[in-house]
Design a protein around this ligand. Structure first.
Ligand code: UT7
Length: 357
């Protein structure tokens, strides 16, 4: 995982909008969130998380065959943030694309990468959830600015002989709720103009109550369906790692599922809602806290704009040892030099051959 160092507390927010620490904590469970520095972006956080994940998996970036970045705050409309990460890692063999399913994106990406490995199309994949939501927030809108934070998390998936990894996945959507959580302008429906900027249409707009009602319903349903798909029962699940949006949503879903709170990872008090990054960040912390062990059966479950929702049941298999030892700092320098050389060669190529076209 990778999170910015800058912490924004509820008390600081209370000086910016009409809110207070007590309201935010009791209605959401959030105490503080991380905010990206000016030089940090979705791609830079994603790269940092990816390097950490590759170090744990002991996998050299040159061996990665697929990079999926799940994000709602891409570096640009295009190219894909995943391509910028590919360049920053020097992942010479990798196909790279972004996946947009809002906060459910990490679950979708996990499923897509697993299927690509299971069909034999690739033998490994890097799945990243990365966000700089602070850049899409209207800091005068108390409905949204209290909820979100920045960060990234990454998984390395590899083909293996043992029966582990993803057992089942549920992916669902309902576009009739598209307007409930939306950044209205900047795409093909409403291209950028002075008017869209003045009307604040490039910021996130949310109907919190409706999203809340939808979330509690689908978190329960998706978990039940994914567990059934894995031919398991709720009592077989060792740990639930839900999308970290609101503590009350998580508590209601757990109560409906009859799962005790002790079997659930909640860290939104320190990070807020980091969208696609929330599940991998919570997973990293569960490992660090000794709450997630090899062979544990885990449910990842989430929901988000779209509307989208989904769940995955996995057997956690931990890191696979591989041949090459990798050092993140060395990889960074190598990838940077490689990128500069490639850009330089492209210029020389254009100089020599450009005039003949
Ligand atoms: O990844 C998906 C992202 N989105 C979500 O997960 C959002 C899901 N929704 C929620 O988490 C909750 O609906 C919110 C946290 C956004 C709002 O909580 P709520 O309990 O649904 O509050 P509410 O909108 O029903 O508002 C209750 C009251 C209202 O005042 P009145 O009308 O009762 O006088 C609001 O004006 O709280 C007021 N309020 C606030 N007060 C202080 C709304 N926002 C704030 C605030 N600080 N930030």
């Amino acid at each position: 995982m990778a999170v910015p160092e800058r912490v924004l507390t509820n008390e600081e927010l209370a000086q910016m909008v009409d809110t207070n620490d007590e309201w935010i904590r009791s209605r959401t469970g959030i105490r503080e969130r991380r905010i990206a520095e000016d030089d940090q972006t979705t791609a830079s956080l994603a790269t940092e998380a990816a390097l950490n994940a590759l170090a744990v998996a002991n996998l050299n970036p040159m061996e990665i065959e697929l990079i999926i970045v799940a994000t709602s705050t891409p570096e640009h409309l295009f190219p894909a943030t995943a391509c910028i990460v590919q360049d920053s890692l020097g992942a010479v063999k990798a196909g790279a694309f972004d996946l947009l399913a809002a906060c459910t994106g990490f679950i979708y990406a996990l499923n897509m990468a697993t299927q690509a490995i299971r069909t034999g199309s690739v033998s490994n994949a890097l799945v990243i959830g990365s966000e700089t939501l602070s850049r899409l927030i209207n800091w005068q809108d108390r409905d949204t600015c209290i909820l979100f934070g920045d960060g990234a998390g990454a998984f390395v998936l590899q083909a293996g002989e043992e029966k582990a990894g993803l057992l089942s996945a549920v992916m669902r959507s309902d576009g009739s709720g598209a307007d409930l959580l939306i950044v209205p302008a900047g795409g093909s429906a409403l291209s950028p103009s002075i008017d869209t900027i003045q009307e604040g249409l490039h910021y996130m707009d949310m109907n919190g109550r409706e999203v809340f009602r939808f979330a509690t319903r689908v978190m329960t349903q998706a978990t039940e369906n994914a567990v059934k798909g894995a031919k398991l029962e709720i009592k077989d699940i060792d740990l639930v790692i839900p999308h970290q949006a609101n503590r009350r949503i998580i508590e209601i879903a757990l109560r409906n599922l009859d799962i005790p709170l002790e079997r659930c990872v909640i860290n939104l008090d320190r990070y807020g809602n980091t969208s696609t990054a929330s599940i991998p960040i919570a997973t990293c912390e569960a490992i660090e806290d000794g709450r997630l062990h090899p062979n544990d059966k885990v449910v990842f479950v989430g929901f988000g704009a779209g509307l989208t929702w989904g769940a995955a049941v996995v057997v956690w298999s931990g890191a696979f040892p591989t041949r090459i030892k990798m050092v993140p700092g060395v990889i960074r320098v190598y990838a940077r030099v490689r990128s500069v050389i490639l850009r330089f060669l492209r210029r020389i190529d254009a100089l020599i051959w450009g005039r003949y076209q």
